[in-house]
Design a protein around this ligand. Structure first.
Ligand code: AMP
Length: 281
């Protein structure tokens, strides 16, 4: 694997791939790689001749400075994992390389999808995500880019970005990879006390129960309200949101007949924001 730190070295490497008309796949990450990231990289490697992973802790997508300061950095371990999955290039740019004119950003048109749900809890987050991806997609011009369903709203925002700005990649969404307990893998899981992490499957179990009972005819609205109350009684647990939305436009829905519906949730557990989701139908 070749590590590229500058845009010029990236462009040189890609020029050779483009001259040979090789398929380029791209997996953007913020590092601290785990099995969720690896599943994206394996898919990318299998579907393309060139597999590029970026590790960039993007400052513009953090609405909380403390969260940015505490973000785990494990580059040496990450490189070993990337070698193991036969990643071709690691793009590891500095903040100055990505934002030469500073990090004050204009507004990208994301059809308002950046302002609802997670965007309401974390103002500016999706604008930051969209800006850095716009930059990466223009620099790399990948044929395919890989994202985890774990960040469901992000996948919808990224598809909107690509569509609204006529960007190149096809967006491939990969399934959520979970720890043994059922807790979705996340770099943030490291911050949970061990016991809480080992018992972290309760969020997924709750989503599965809502799905099962909703498919058996119970009202989604009642189920969600029952389960928010249930989750809030657990130790050190507070639901930020738990809602059912249309998978394409993210508008809230109560009626499964109105199209494909997904449950989205963020639960704060021992001070850690845990995201999860489950498609119902
Ligand atoms: P991050 O490094 O957190 O920005 O994540 C990089 C990519 O990995 C995003 O597309 C995430 O959705 C994806 N990802 C993170 N956790 C998981 C997981 N548990 N399963 C599948 N994909 C994941």
């Amino acid at each position: 694997m070749i590590v590229l730190k500058s845009i010029s070295s990236l462009q040189n490497a890609l020029a050779k791939a483009r001259a040979k008309d090789l398929k380029i796949g791209f997996v953007p990450t913020m590092g601290a790689l785990h099995k969720g990231h690896i599943s994206l990289l394996e898919r990318c490697r299998d579907q393309n001749s060139i597999c590029i992973c970026s590790i960039f802790v993007n400052p513009t997508q953090f609405d909380d400075q403390k969260d940015l300061d505490n973000y785990p950095i494990t580059i040496d371990e990450d490189k070993k994992l990337l070698e193991k999955v036969n990643c071709s290039y690691l793009f590891l740019p500095s903040t100055e390389e990505i934002y030469p004119n500073g990090t004050l950003l204009g507004n990208l048109n994301l059809d308002g999808l950046d302002k609802i749900i997670e965007g309401e809890s974390r103002p500016g987050h999706f604008q930051g995500v969209a800006h850095v991806l716009h930059r990466f997609f223009e620099l790399i011009q990948p044929h395919k880019a890989y994202f985890g369903q774990k960040d469901f709203q992000q996948t919808v925002v990224v598809k909107t970005l690509v569509n609204n700005y006529h960007l190149k990649p096809e967006i491939i969404v990969c399934p959520i990879v979970r720890e043994k307990s059922g807790l979705a893998f996340s770099s943030r899981n490291e911050r949970l006390p061990k016991k809480a992490r080992d018992n972290g499957g309760f969020i997924f179990e709750t989503l599965q129960e809502i799905k099962y009972r909703a498919l058996n005819g119970e009202s989604l609205r009642n189920l969600i309200s029952e389960k928010i109350d249930f989750l809030n009684t657990k130790e050190q647990t507070k639901v930020d949101y738990l809602i059912s939305v249309n998978t394409t436009n993210l508008q809230e829905v109560d009626d499964l007949k109105k199209g494909e519906t997904v449950l989205l949730t963020v639960v704060e557990h021992y001070g850690v924001r845990l995201l999860d989701n489950l498609i119902i139908n």
